[in-house]
Write a protein that binds this ligand. Structure first.
Ligand code: GLY
Ligand code: MN
Ligand code: MN
Length: 444
């Protein structure tokens, strides 16, 4: 059985435990960019997780009965005329065989088949309220089943959000997913190394972005996992900056946050390096603090640790570093515990230290233990197979009382960590990171 079929079986078992029913999981719609030009097509992550099928206009339906179950694909039919223009389509018959579904039908049969499948099913499972089109379709299909009430046919009495089960499954990566994520991480690491090797004062941000994209694509990545950030000088202090056309100045730091998507899985790496290849004193001072914060966060990332332990460890190192360098004036803000308790560090560190990573760069999965009693849910405990980023930073905007030597320095260091049985594995470790490694690769 292939991995996708195993996941379908798992979901079906969860559905059976809830009394059974029918799950409806469509892929993503195609999106037009302008006139006749589409955005590059990207399948829906849930749909792909359960099917491995990447064509648009497809819906997966799982029927979880008491004894028997069925997985059914609805997809585009073969169409020679359309295939001449747009490329190969599997068609239902070939897709059924290749991807291991029990049955497959043309997508046009969906409206006819779903009410039939929902008849007398105890529950419908879908992504409730996620997409207005699907909500409307489900309402219509349920309405059609209800119309057969006098014929003794019952409509599902329950609706479950299928994401409740799928998000939890996706949070724990299986061996196939880990293998793809490792490879995605290696490609992205090579892209960051390439950017460091080629960066020179006088270049523009978009030229470095081109180096990243080149390395992604030549290694088989289909897309960047998110819009690359290439931010030189003060732009690094804009958290959601994109790669623009600013010129790398001699003496600037360059912050690159970029990762490829490979076979549906994201990687997410940030590195910060000097445009001219050598850190200045103030740049190096802050860089070493962020690096130490990241090391502390990584040491706090492992089984039985809470999701937020890494963040708390990073914040402590960053806050102490802000006091040591005079970014924060201890006469005004007190000691490190005061800085943490009152949140003064947020002037220079305003985001969290990580997030789940998987098919989506900000991947699905609960961050809190929602089964815990009481309203104040504790942070999730880390377990082997979870993947998360570790990404502390310091961003110094010019402000009164802040030493001028640090103005406009923005630094983030981000790696992807797989939680293992005894700690975590940094799958992005190939991207140069220490001051010595960065300065050495930039000399090449
Ligand atoms: N690249 C997105 C993030 O770091 O969260
Ligand atoms: Mn990230
Ligand atoms: Mn990132």
């Amino acid at each position: 059985m292939n991995q996708f079929a195993i996941r379908r079986e798992k979901l079906i078992a969860h559905m059976q435990a809830l009394g059974g029913g029918v799950a409806i999981i469509p892929t993503a719609p195609e999106a037009m960019r302008n006139a006749d030009a589409d955005y590059p097509y990207r399948h829906d992550s849930y749909f792909y997780y359960l099917s491995g099928f990447t064509e648009p206009e497809a819906v997966l339906v799982l029927v979880a009965g008491h004894a028997a179950s069925q997985s059914i694909l609805f997809c585009r039919e073969k169409n020679l005329e359309r295939e001449i223009w747009d490329g190969y389509r599997h068609g239902p018959e070939a897709a059924r065989g290749k991807f291991g579904f029990d049955a497959a039908y043309p997508i046009d049969a969906l409206d006819g088949e779903i009410p039939r499948l929902l008849a007398n099913a105890p529950a419908v499972f879908y992504a409730l309220g996620r997409d207005a089109r699907l909500d409307r379709q489900v309402r219509k299909w349920l309405g059609e089943v209800r119309m057969q009430g006098r014929a003794g046919i019952a409509a599902p009495a329950q609706a479950y959000d299928v994401r409740m089960v799928l998000d939890e499954m996706r949070l724990f990566k299986d061996a196939e997913e880990i293998a793809v994520m490792r490879r995605a991480a290696q490609i992205s690491s090579a892209a960051h190394a390439r950017a460091m090797r080629t960066a020179r004062p006088g270049q523009r941000e978009y030229q470095l972005e081109a180096e990243l994209l080149h390395e992604f694509r030549r290694n088989g990545s289909q897309f960047p996992a998110y819009t690359s950030i290439v931010a030189t000088g003060p732009n690094a202090c804009v958290l959601h900056y994109r790669a623009g056309d600013a010129v790398l100045q001699d003496g600037d730091l360059v912050l690159i946050d970029a990762g490829c998507e490979l076979d549906g899985y994201a990687s997410d790496i940030t590195r910060t390096f000097p445009a001219n290849g050598v850190f200045s004193g103030p740049q190096r001072a802050l860089y070493e603090i962020v690096l130490a914060a990241q090391e502390a966060a990584i040491a706090a990332t492992g089984p039985d640790r809470r999701f937020t332990d890494g963040h708390d460890a990073a914040v402590r190192v960053l806050a102490q570093g802000m006091l040591d360098t005079g970014l924060l004036d201890t006469n005004k803000v007190g000691g490190v515990d005061d800085v943490i308790a009152k949140g003064d560090y947020r002037q220079f560190y305003m985001h969290r230290t990580g997030h789940w990573l998987g098919m989506d760069v900000h991947d699905v999965g609960e961050y809190r233990d929602r089964d815990a009693p009481g309203p104040d849910k504790p942070w999730r405990t880390l377990r082997p197979g979870m993947v998360l980023t570790v990404e502390p930073g310091i961003y110094v905007r010019p402000a009164e009382g802040v030493p001028e030597a640090y103005w406009n320095i923005g630094i983030r260091i981000e790696d992807d960590a797989l939680v293992t049985a005894d700690g975590c594995e940094l799958i992005t470790a190939d991207a140069p990171k220490s001051v010595a490694e960065i300065e050495a690769i930039m000399r090449q």
